[in-house]
Design a protein around this ligand. Sequence first.
Ligand SMILES: Nc1ncnc2c1ncn2[C@@H]1O[C@H](COP(=O)(O)OP(=O)(O)OP(=O)(O)O)[C@@H](O)[C@H]1O
Length: 332
Amino acid sequence: MFNAGAAHPKGASLFRPAAAAAMRAAMTEAAIRIDSVSKIYAGGKQALDDVSFDVPRGQIFGLLGPNGAGKSTLINILAGLVNKTGGHASIWGFDIDADPRNAKYSIGIVPQEIVFDPFFTPFETLENQAGLYGVPKDKRISDALLAAVHLTDKRDAYARTLSGGMKRRLLVAKAMVHSPPIIVLDEPTAGVDIELRQQLWDYVQGLNDRGVTVVLTTHYLEEAEELCDRIAIINHGRLIANKPTRELVDMAREKIVVVTLDEDVTMLPEHPAFDKIEREGTRGLAISYNKDRMNAGEVLAAVGAMGHHIVDVSTREADLEDVFLNLTRSAA
Ligand SMILES: Nc1ncnc2c1ncn2[C@@H]1O[C@H](COP(=O)(O)OP(=O)(O)OP(=O)(O)O)[C@@H](O)[C@H]1O
């Protein structure tokens, strides 16, 4: 089993000797630094507008945003596939313009689309990729990577015979052939069934446990909430949030209390302090309130004071989805 945390120093042989001092200096820096990055495409479309944030080392970092927000543009800039039109970016301390080679060796990118030559086997695919990165034959870890993504038994099968899930796992392995300290997964679970998604997340979590910094973009906010230490949100090319996940979720001011009454709800009760009140089934009321203005006890007291008898109570926390919608709507 490869150990990405330990593997990178070994992989340091891939780095030019002149970069050794820079590498030591880099050890204290962010895994990725995005500094006032802008991108205006040839046709005039501004995809990124003065975006700045750091991805701390050792974290799982979520990059979220609605379709067209600019996430892929940012990842493609880091991958060296798109040229930024303003600002600076560095990967593991290496400036992507001044030191593109070392920047590139410090990151593995798993693209959104599955692209393979169907006539290569998984083993050959990994060997070819390692060759592209100039990893010497005796330093290659193709078999260990195949084992890590549970594809050992498909080692010599043609890539075209793999299932969609297997192909995705092979893409993750492919991004790791040069043992980078950072891996970026662009929508890795889009269109992937729930069971496989869970397997992929377990694998990502395992990589991170072994020291790899992970950046992922996803549309599954629930998973971002569960997996990510920190989340940045981009909307219309601008950074609108960048916080530890817990703090971001806590930004949701709205809470919901669901009460069950001892009789059918015939009329929805009104109260000036409630934000919203909705029927749930025949006897239930879902009451939304702002947690800065009142607490659940006061909500229950208000319902009781209106002459209703409560027989059951539950509360619902707002989640990342609520915060995300609030932020992206208000910035629209
Ligand atoms: N090559 C290009 N030329 C012109 N405009 C582009 C190009 N690529 C992307 N854009 C535009 O830039 C904006 C940001 O696109 P980008 O693909 O970065 O968003 P995204 O957040 O990754 O979206 P998605 O989640 O749909 O992949 C969009 O308005 C898109 O249409």
